[in-house]
Design a protein around this ligand. Structure first.
Ligand code: PDD
Length: 284
């Protein structure tokens, strides 16, 4: 059975799916994207993802190419054609095709690309034993709140992490504060409080981050949205990362320093339990 992708409303073999070489997404990273987990045919936190897509588009002076209802129908068809109920869905909207010129053209049709693949869940041992991370300077532009396809600093930092044999790199601003990971949000735990960077321009306001804040409130775990330093993180009781695809993974080592007792702690475990029910239940 061939894998099928959706390009501008057409369902085509993945191996042949493509956009033109003068697509501005390709030439200027002039586009935005979303990664959504699909469970039993249902997009998890669909409203939050599409609200963020609309916001990212607005911030780069674009509009939604069509409504959420149309997205929903197209995604359902894509899942059906790929015989998938549980999937990782990727949606990219770029400015579209035009002769290369920095100036944004007045008349241009956006390019909308959607792919799905079987749902990949984090490895058991990452969740059970926790992972190690390193810290790197945050060299990104001043608008990481836009989910732009321009991810060069992120992939370079991830490459450093992988070469170091660790899971993720936390990016650190010029004041020594941890902003976020290369494709995940960053959290630490002190007592019964969880601390994570505030939703300003310096981070992507993760959908998992937002869902987890609600779960924390329900579990009577206090959430502090404030920056924390690398030193504070190293001395924290627990640390973890979140994203739509990683869910929640405990961190047990930062730059070679053991966090807490070196094992996933009770607050991380409790929040993961809450997030798992959120993910697999039908109210997400
Ligand atoms: N990454 N921060 C960054 C820089 C990200 O790229 C992501 C998501 C997150 C977490 O956001 P969310 O909880 O909405 O997934 C935070 C996706 C998964 C990716 O690029 O593959």
């Amino acid at each position: 059975m061939p894998r099928i992708s959706c390009v501008n409303g057409r369902y085509i073999r993945h191996s042949q799916a493509g956009v033109h070489i003068e697509d501005r997404g390709y030439q200027f990273a002039d586009g935005v994207y979303e990664v959504i987990v699909v469970v039993e045919g249902r997009m998890v936190d669909e409203d939050l993802h599409f609200a963020r897509l609309e916001r990212s588009l607005r911030e780069i002076r674009m509009e939604m190419p069509f409504g959420v209802d149309v997205f929903r129908l197209k995604v359902a068809e894509l899942l059906r054609l790929n015989h998938l109920r549980n999937a990782n869905l990727y949606i990219q909207v770029s400015r579209g095709v035009a002769p290369r010129n920095h100036q944004i053209p007045d008349e241009i049709q956006p390019a909308v690309v959607m792919t799905v693949r079987p749902l990949a869940v984090p490895k058991r041992e990452w969740v059970k034993d926790g992972v190690s991370i390193i810290t790197v300077p945050d060299i990104r532009w001043k608008r990481p709140d836009i989910k732009s396809v321009s991810l060069l600093p992120n992939i370079l930092a991830k490459d450093v992490a992988v070469r170091d044999g660790v899971y993720e790199a936390w990016q650190v601003d010029n004041k020594g504060m941890v902003t976020e990971g290369t494709s995940t949000n960053a959290w630490i735990v002190e007592g019964r409080s969880v601390i994570t960077y505030p939703p300003e321009n310096a981070i992507l306001n993760g959908v998992t981050r937002l869902a987890l804040m609600k779960i924390a409130a329900e579990a009577k775990i206090k959430v502090e949205e404030r920056p924390f330093s690398v030193d504070e993180a190293k001395g924290a009781d627990e640390a973890f990362l979140t994203s739509s695809t990683a869910f929640l993974i405990p961190i047990v080592d930062i730059d070679g320093n053991r966090v807490g007792n070196g094992k996933p702690g009770p607050v991380s475990r409790k929040l993961l339990e809450g997030y798992s029910s959120h993910l697999w239940s039908s109210d997400a």
